[in-house]
Every structure is written in C-alpha cells, then in structure tokens.
Ligand binder design. Structure first.
Ligand code: OGA
Ligand code: MN
Length: 298
C-alpha cells in the first residue's frame, strides 16, 4: 500500500511506502499512476536508484524519449538527460546547465509533447544548511478553471506556436546578459542543422484537454511559445502576457525544495515549471531526467 500526502494547494503530493529500486506489481503501479495524474506533481523521497532503475520505473508510464541535446545525455543511458552545473576537467559541461530558466513544460514544442518528466536528485547544493536550486511548478488546470467564463470562451478557438528555435534564441540572449554582468558561467551548446531539423515549430490549442484525466489546462508558456496565431500582433502579445502571468501567479504554484534522493515527477500537460539559479560552483547540483513521450495536443 502506498500513502499519498498532499503538499501543495493545487498540485504536489508526497508518495511514501515504496522503494523504486524494487520491482513494482501492476496493482501498486496503478495506484501510483492514479496518484500521479490526480496530483500533477509527486515526489518519492529517500530513493536510492541507479540510472537503469530510473529508466525501468519511468518507462512503465510510456515510451522514453532521448533529448535533442545529444551531448547532455548520460553515457550508456541515452534516455537520461543530465541536468547539472558541473563542468569536467577540460571545461566541458557534463549536462544541461541552464534547463528551465523560463516557465515551460518539457518538449512542448514537439508535435507530440512530453507527457511527463521525472527528475532524480543525485546531488543538491546546500549553503549554510539551506538547500538551493528549488524547482517551481504552476498548475495549468487550476489556472484554467479559475478563468472567467467569457475568457474561457474567447480562448477556445485560439492556437499558439511552440518553438525550440525561439526558445534557444531567447535563452541565448538571457545567457549573454548574465555573462556580461558576471552572473553566470554557462556555456552555450551548439546544435547541428540536422539536430535542429528534428525539432520544427508546432502549433497547439491554447486550451488543451488532458489525454488521461480529461481536465482542461492552459497550454501556452513563456519559454517556448513564439506567438498566438490569428490575432493582431498587439492583441496576441497582450493576451500572451496575461495568460503566462495568470498561470504562474503564486496562487497556482508549488515550490519544490529538493532533498538528495528525491525522485520528482511532473505532468507536462497539467503543470509548467521553472528552475531557480541561486547557486554556483563550487556548490554542485546533479540531476538525472527521464521524459515520457505524449500525444498530439487536442
Ligand atoms: C528540467 C527542468 C528544472 C530544475 O529538468 O526539465 O526544467 O530545477 N529542470 O532543474
Ligand atoms: Mn524542464
């Protein structure tokens, strides 16, 4: 039997009574899966798992997808994306150094965006007894439900373009500004033309129906959305600013304070997330991410 304790207002729960390094029977897995989709973000504390065990557990939710950032994949485990600020002796980052600078959901720019992600905390930065590098979440379903009816109706026919190329350009501008202030030592990674061709822009409805729960959520985010289609530019920009601000307002948020050994999973249809970069080397942060493929938004 697993135990589920809600820890956030609109999303977030702790699941206990399970050791993810051990095989899990179908009945227990069904309970975990239900708790996950009900709560949108769940954490399993004090887990001691290998990359192979993370792959085995998370692939029960669906097909795992290697990230387009080839050089950030864990060697021997292409399904695992290394998210870390650690740099090797030759100056090469061992993983993605600045994943999640803007509010986003993972791979929302794909024709079939990720259904869920799992992040396992191998090392967390601690300074004077305080853990740094929180991850923030915002429930897009709660944000949708809280909108006035006339706004829901206005949004119903509207679509938005999610673009990895747009995200990279925006991220690069932010990186350059930080480097100029001496506030960051993040190194930009290069993507080849053929890698870029694997991530063309895609268009999705702003109001999206969850493929598992049937709940409606807002599928538009500040990291990946390049534009809203079919509206005059000014109006589109005002609407986008309003919606992104609404989704990420404190009311709909859960802030995850990490502990080493946390396996945190989030539903990329039901929530958006954002990293907090309040730590720097020599404080080290090392996380392993797996991502389950989803279905085309409707
Ligand atoms: C991610 C991500 C945020 C963080 O791994 O997808 O956005 O706090 N991470 O590491
Ligand atoms: Mn992310």
């Amino acid at each position: 039997m697993i135990t589920v304790n809600r820890i956030g207002k609109h999303c977030g729960a702790e699941i206990s009574g399970i050791d993810l390094s051990q095989p899990i029977d179908d009945d227990t897995f069904a309970q975990i899966s239900k708790a996950f989709f009900d709560n949108e973000v769940v954490v399993f504390r004090d887990q001691d798992i290998t990359p192979g065990q993370q792959v085995a557990f998370t692939s029960r939710f669906g097909t795992l997808e290697p990230h387009v950032r080839k050089e950030s994949r864990l060697s021997g485990h292409p399904e695992i994306l290394v998210v870390s600020n650690i740099v090797g002796d030759d100056g090469t980052p061992i993983g993605a150094q600045d994943a999640g600078r803007f509010w986003h959901s993972d791979q929302s720019y794909k024709r079939e965006p990720s259904l869920l992600s799992a992040l396992y905390a191998v090392e967390v930065p601690v300074q004077n007894g305080k853990v740094l590098g929180d991850t923030e979440f915002a429930s897009t379903t709660a944000a949708h439900d809280a909108l006035p009816e006339d706004m829901k109706r206005r949004l119903q026919p509207l679509r938005n373009v999610h673009s990895y190329v747009h995200y990279r350009a925006k991220n690069r501008r932010a990186q350059l500004a930080e480097r100029e202030r001496g506030a960051s030592e993040v190194t930009e990674y290069e993507l080849s033309e053929s890698q870029i061709q694997t991530v063309p822009d895609s268009e999705a409805p702003i109001v999206r129906t969850h493929p598992v729960t049937g709940r409606k959520g807002l599928f538009i985010n500040e990291g990946h959305t390049s534009r809203i289609t079919g509206l005059p530019r000014d109006e589109a920009e005002r609407l986008m600013t309003f919606l992104c601000g609404h989704i990420t307002s404190p009311e709909f948020r859960y802030v995850h304070r990490w502990r080493r050994g946390d396996l945190l999973m989030w539903d990329n249809v039901a929530v958006q997330h954002k990293a907090t970069f309040d730590y720097r080397l020599p404080l080290r942060r090392l996380m392993y991410r797996t991502t389950v493929r989803g279905t085309a938004p409707f």
